[in-house]
Write a protein of this length. Structure first.
Length: 264
């Protein structure tokens, strides 16, 4: 019996140590240079992040004899880490309380809680300025539009959605308008991580809430880019390449964000 208990204890210790090695806590960009972990925990806000390598595989082709010619790896961007989920209400409240930050517009909490009723729901009613301020507090930044789209594709090539081309399985991966009551969030934002992730382990890259990106929408520099669609849009808005914009001070129930960190 004593031997059995010892074996169980050793197994638990191995599992615990293994988890720690798989997801080390990182507190700064400098720390990222000292790890080769694919999955990390960002210490400041507790966000889980995943490494996006920055390489994409071109489409497979066939030669003149009908033999498969595998696609090549092409560098699309520098490697970066991205939050696996949208920033939550709980994380934003922690930021507000610890930093004393005052949003560009007072957050209408009563309205927010109608759509995002728990700390595990995405933070909404945030402007681009609010999202940027959060990122700066956490020691991260907003993704560029190029980074966002590359990550959203999850390693797939020339596909319509983050999961592929099959719209019939959309409700397994995205919270959007028009599911016909087939999921319990048909008319409400879902807690982060409620749907299947894409190939990189990122949740809600389609649906739930629109996500602010760093970029200006065009050369007029009047609006900022938002990507990903939301719970209030139909499936056509969930396409990876779909883009919209709004003035950076705008706050609505369908706007949120997630953070990234480069390696330099």
């Amino acid at each position: 019996m004593m031997v059995q208990r010892l074996v169980v204890l050793l197994l638990v210790m191995v599992v615990f140590v293994g988890c720690g090695e798989d997801e080390p806590e990182i507190s700064s960009v400098e720390d990222l240079k000292d790890t080769d972990a694919k999955n990390i925990i960002w210490e400041k806000d507790g966000a889980k992040m995943v490494l996006i390598e920055g390489f994409a595989r071109t489409k497979d082709t066939y030669d003149d004899f009908g033999d498969l010619v595998p696609g090549k790896l092409v560098k699309v961007s520098d490697p970066f880490y991205m939050d696996t989920t949208e920033v939550t209400v709980g994380q934003f409240k922690k930021f507000s309380k610890s930093s004393g930050y005052k949003p560009t517009k007072p957050i209408p909490w009563a309205e927010l809680y109608i759509y995002s009723p728990t700390d595990d729901h995405p933070m909404t009613y945030v402007s681009w300025f609010d999202a940027t301020a959060y990122c700066e507090w956490a020691g991260k930044r907003l993704p560029t539009e190029k980074e966002w789209e590359f990550a959203a594709r999850g390693g797939l090539v020339d596909k319509k959605f983050p999961w592929g081309d099959d719209e019939a399985v959309a409700r397994d991966y995205a919270n959007y308008k028009g599911t016909g009551g087939k999921d319990k969030w048909d008319k409400q934002i879902a807690p982060v991580g409620s749907f299947k992730p894409n190939g990189y382990g990122l949740h809600d890259m389609a649906g739930n809430v629109w996500e602010w990106c760093q970029d200006w929408y065009d050369s007029d520099h009047g609006t900022r880019v938002l990507r990903g669609g939301s719970w209030g849009n139909d499936s056509s808005f969930q396409r990876v390449a779909f883009r919209v914009s709004n003035a950076p001070a705008v706050t609505v129930s369908g706007y949120g964000f997630r953070c990234v960190s480069g390696l330099n």
